[in-house]
Design a protein around this ligand. Structure first.
Ligand code: SF4
Ligand code: SF4
Length: 79
């Protein structure tokens, strides 16, 4: 059985560190990273991607089109 989950991709160099995606994520998935991009901003990172519901709010509020969300199918892996 597979569970849907989401991959959050952030284009760090497009980001201007406005924090809107962090503020508007209903699940508080995103936080500022310690990293600094070429423009001198801290891009967000998915701190708890397992909580993402794929609502796309972060994409809608990002003024720089820096976020993509993908659905992925996770599979059980036996080792
Ligand atoms: S898709 Fe929704 S839940 Fe997932 S990171 Fe973006 S705003 Fe948060
Ligand atoms: S909304 Fe976009 S530009 Fe603003 S912090 Fe998030 S990723 Fe960066």
């Amino acid at each position: 059985m597979s569970m849907p989950e989401f991959i959050i991709k952030i284009d760090k160099e497009r980001c201007k560190g406005c924090g809107l995606c962090i503020e508007f994520c209903p699940r508080k998935v995103l936080t500022f990273s310690a990293e600094i991009n070429r423009k001198g901003y801290h891009p967000p990172q998915p701190s708890s991607p397992e909580n993402c519901t794929g609502c796309l709010s972060c994409i809608l509020v990002c003024p720089d089109l820096a976020i993509d969300i993908f659905r992925k199918e996770s599979r059980e892996v036996s080792v």
